[in-house]
Ligand binder design. Structure first.
Ligand SMILES: Cc1ncc(C[n+]2csc(CCOP(=O)(O)OP(=O)(O)O)c2C)c(N)n1
Length: 501
């Protein structure tokens, strides 16, 4: 058994059985090993941003890491933006990055680069395997790092000779270094704050936003009168009928995993922190803690019971007709989300009002971009669909964002993934129009406007999708949109809907 095969076998034995790949020469022995080893689903992405984003989406839905296979420094670099988003979302990923054979590096061949240097900012664990006999052990350590609490992005660099030389066999994954728990003192402190009667907001993110965490928060709110909100962006949130519907942000006191609310950007003369002066912040749990268990302890400390949960008001859902306004789009989507769907949200300006109506939609999970690097949604939707083949994935994306990682559609077609991509074709970087004002840059002139619009030439989304094997359809009215959504829901497999605005 060579080093590459020892690694693939170690990954499979360690529960990593999906590999999102885009290989090159230095990874050929790993690719050959994939042929010999049963139990690894290999999914090709035609750009590394698709590969790394898919691994992020997979982890968010599965809770266990997938692996990626990337080609030396440039392949990794192409995937870094979505590794950044994955890191902010606390997703665990095992990256395998090829490297030249050790003795070849001194010749400075074209693809030679500082791979560890490229990997470090977006990975929490980086190692270059020194020889074939170490590869399995290093792979097992990477799995442990990626699966720990909190999960991490682990990048294992595999020089070509460590892949082709003789190895010893597979390695067992060591126990993950940390077990998810919580601080009882922090829970007691939060209970004291809640009992103290001051105006309090329970701010939540991470695993607190599971159905169970939300239900506990609803009971605590019913018992103590505190408000409950989610962080502005969350990696995954249980939403829809029967779930506690929470809005997102401004002032803070007790916190579950969440950070102080911070403005996305700095603007001249505006604050960076969104909490008001005099607002005290108490952190109850950190990323990697078991927030649901902490909320259970908090509920018990304040005496909150299921009967304390107050019934909530929700928006009445009616299929929209007429023009495709933002409200009509929101309502059409809310009425069309099928039960147990996974919604990936990169709708940018079009989706600003999506939250209230979709709270009344069928139960679903809602995934957001926590790293702010656009081009996140189509890969994440791809990985989520690989993780959950029995669930419909709805990917909502602005046309500007969709152009970054469009190749996801090809992977969705090849793997016949059940993803409906809804592209909001406003032919602009609409959000940046607002930002231009926001930073006080004045009125955009013609050249500036050209940097904020994507209308010349017009992107033809139906043709782009067709070219990658995904059937598409453009809609211009609410009725057409309702119909296209119903069609997409009626069948499995990838679809694209271009919403012309
Ligand atoms: C990697 C990266 N490059 C550039 C940006 C800056 N940026 C933020 S939003 C945006 C445009 C989004 O356009 P679109 O998806 O069409 O949504 P809209 O604003 O029109 O609603 C850009 C370029 C970014 N966030 N990330």
């Amino acid at each position: 058994m060579n080093g590459a095969e020892s690694l693939v076998r170690t990954l499979v034995a360690g529960g990593v059985n999906v590999c999102f790949t885009n290989p090159g020469t230095s990874e050929m022995h790993f690719v050959a090993a994939l042929d010999r080893v049963e139990g690894m689903r290999c999914v090709l992405g035609l750009f590394e941003g698709v590969v790394t984003g898919a691994a992020d989406g997979y982890f968010r839905m599965k809770g266990t890491p997938a692996s990626t296979l990337l080609h030396l420094g440039p392949g990794l670099a192409n995937g870094l933006a979505n590794l950044h988003n994955a890191k902010k979302a606390a997703s665990g990923i095992v990256n395998i990055v090829g490297q030249h054979a050790g003795y070849h590096i001194e010749y400075n061949a074209p693809l030679t680069s500082d791979i560890e240097g490229l990997a470090r900012p977006m990975s929490s664990w980086v190692r270059t395997s020194p020889d074939a006999k170490s590869v399995a052990r290093d792979g097992a350590a990477a799995i442990a790092a990626a699966s720990g609490a909190p999960p991490q992005i682990a990048t294992l660099i595999l020089p070509a000779d460590t892949a082709w030389n003789e190895a010893d066999g597979i390695a067992e994954v060591p126990a993950s270094s940390q077990r998810a728990g919580y601080s009882t003192e922090a829970v007691d402190a939060a209970a004291r704050v809640l009992r103290g009667g001051e105006r309090t907001l329970l701010l939540m993110t991470g695993n607190a936003l599971t159905e169970k965490g939300l239900a506990l928060a609803q009971q605590i709110a019913g018992k103590t009168g505190c408000a409950v909100m989610g962080q502005t962006y969350n990696s995954r949130m249980a939403r829809g009928q029967g779930r506690f519907a929470i809005e997102r942000v401004p002032y803070v006191v007790a916190q579950v995993e969440a950070n102080d609310p911070v403005a996305f950007f700095a603007y001249p003369d505006k604050p960076s922190l969104l909490k008001p002066e005099g607002c005290e912040v108490h952190r109850m749990t950190e990323g990697g803690d078991n927030s649901v268990a902490a909320l259970e302890a908090l509920a018990s400390a304040v005496g909150a019971k299921p009967a304390d949960a107050k019934p909530q008001r929700s928006v009445e859902l009616v299929k929209p007709t007429g023009a495709l306004t933002h409200e009509a789009i929101a309502m059409a989507i809310a009425t069309a989300i099928p039960e147990n769907a996974i919604v990936v949200d990169e709708s940018i300006t079009t989706g600003r009002g999506f939250f209230p109506p979709t709270a009344a939609a069928a139960p679903h999970d809602w995934l957001q971009n926590m790293g702010g690097s656009i081009g996140f949604s189509t890969p994440v939707a791809t990985g989520a669909a690989v993780a959950c083949p029995d669930r419909k994935v709805i990917c909502m994306v602005g046309d500007g964002s969709a152009m970054y990682t469009l190749q996801s559609l090809w992977t969705q077609a090849r793997e016949n993934l059940d993803v409906v991509t809804i592209v909001f074709a406003n032919r602009m970087y609409q959000i940046l129009r607002g930002e231009f004002d926001g930073v006080g840059a004045g009125e955009p002139g013609r050249r500036a406007q050209d940097m904020l619009s994507i209308d010349r030439p017009t992107l033809d989304w139906v043709s782009l999708a067709k070219g990658m094997g995904v059937p598409g359809r453009a809609v211009e009215t609410a009725d057409e949109f309702n119909k296209a959504l119903a069609e997409a829901n009626a069948e499995k497999g990838p679809r694209l809907i271009e919403v012309r605005m």
